[in-house]
Design a protein around this ligand. Sequence first.
Ligand code: C2E
Ligand code: CA
Ligand code: CA
Length: 642
Amino acid sequence: MFKILNHLLTYPTIPNFAKGSFEKLYVQSDKVMILLLILQWALSTFVTSIAYDTYFYGFFSGAIIVLPIIFLYPYLKGDKFFRYFIAMAMMLFSVVFIQQYLGRIEMHFHIFIVMAILTFYKDAVVLVIAAATTLLHHIVFNYLQLYEVSLFDMPVMVFNYGCGFDIVVLHAIFVIIELLVLAYFVKLQIEHFVDLNGAKDEVSSLNENLEHTSLHDNLTGLPNRRFLNQETSFIISNAQKNDKKFATVFLDLDHFKNINDTLGHDVGDALLQTIGIIIKNNVAKNDIVARIGGDEFILILSDFSNTYEIIPIIENLLQELKKEIFIKGYTLRVSASLGISIYPDDATEIKSLMKYADMAMYKTKAEGRDNYNFFTQTHNAKIHTEVEMVNDMQRAFYDNEFKLYYQAKVDVKTQKIIGAEALIRWDHHKKGLISPIHFIPLAENTGFILNIGKLVITESTQAIKRFNDLGFNDLTISINVSTRQFQNSNLYGDLQEAIQESKINPKQLAIEITESIMMRHIDSALIMLKKLKELGVSIYLDDFGTGYSSLSYLKKFPINTLKIDKSFVDDIQDDEKKNDSLLVNTILAMGKSLGIKVIAEGVENKTQFEFLKSRDCDTIQGYYFSKPIPEKEFIALLAKGV
Ligand code: C2E
Ligand code: CA
Ligand code: CA
């Protein structure tokens, strides 16, 4: 029983976050109640007076109840006492109605309806006041009647039916039960209301969170690109107002991919976080440091009047970034390449500023990294033509403008063609033949080389098939593989597929790689080369002597053939004596001792050819014998049977 009572009588306290909406509800309810009071006033004046002619009574007593409430509204609206008054006022209309001979039953309905209406406030006290009012007036009226009190010589209960004590008690029981039921109803409503408010609150805090995450990078907590876009109009208008400049700095870590690849993403992630902190610590508090992807950051350094003012900041930042960083047991050294554009000197729109800073950063990369460059317009023009070229390259690819040329490789002893190197040419519909040295570096930078690489694989294997079909079935054709292709494409799968499709002997295919490809990721390169070897293709080390591979690596890697770089062949002179100290000698001797074949490239004259022959070089390739030529001409050359 006590438990039930306790349950009925304990009300939730309204939490702070819901208080505002409760206050709104109180004011709203005040308004509704005033309208209802006016309605009751009209009822008491007109409707209930029709039968009994009690217009004046209804009007005046209604006025006594309603007017003070209306008068107090501007001062007390929303206040708890105001709603207590209203509760009393609503109840007192029962008194007015019963005096107009409406009878007990109707009057009781009125009490019940009014109490129900008052639950609108979601305030149990209001109900208690209402109940107390009705009980009190019964007691008072009972007294007045019992003792026949009269006012101004008139009995007070002029119109009343008369009311016995038993009726008062019965009435009290009804009202108390109603009170309990309605108060419980109010309690449930409050709880529900508080819940709803809580949910609303939660949603809005979730929204705030969402807004934060959508504007920040979740690894480093730094602002992201979207944030930059939002913030920049503000930065620009600030700079404009104060007649100041600001710098957009594009910062890209050098060789970050290596760290990710070799030490794992955990280390990479931790490194990025640390880098974020280092950058933040080395710029002014108000400057913005954003991470816009992978290892790319954008800094907005503001509030300076002369561009040279930011140079010390940039140089200091480069130094700080170069210091050793300790992460998860590793000691790491990184550096960064920076590009800078200046508002308003270079551009006044953030998009252009970012683009220019990015271009300047690329220039830094191209010049050897770990440095910075300011954007200049000339460099814009260069990039422009590069952009055009990249677009043109894409078009050319679908227009089949890329073709393979073949440069014969000749056996020194027999002077027979034993194979060829496939070299790509761009047969431009307007510009004519374009040399690979003009487009391969750009293709490599933009990743377009992957398309070219794949094309070379399918084209060369099919050409081998055609050579075979013509009876030249013991040629080995070598193709050049770029760094990016070696690292980022499915080289093994592409080769395997092409070999299967063209039904050639894999021994007829060779790939040429440079020392730098081999030395960059030694372990993964070794695994890859071993797999390719198993596939049956040969591996040539191109431009040998210009890189930095050591003897021990040559032994370790499954290399079939070394290609002596043209620059060493160029050193061969007519004067036989001077040729004694040539590096070519060393390379040839080295090849012999390791059991690796040697091809000399760029052989242009008889002297060079004779010299190489005298030193037992296996194969030569060069203009002396043939330039790179189209397939048809190459077949003609084969047919000549040289
Ligand atoms: P590379 O692999 O060192 O190719 C040899 C280059 O030397 C070729 O230039 C060839 O035409 C040239 N050459 C051969 N013999 C002589 C000679 O006796 N005298 C002179 N002066 N030059 C000679 P090319 O065809 O212009 O190719 C340049 C570079 O472009 C190649 O150097 C190679 O690194 C790259 N490349 C060519 N084709 C491809 C390809 O299909 N894929 C990739 N990734 N790179 C390619
Ligand atoms: Ca080559
Ligand atoms: Ca070469």
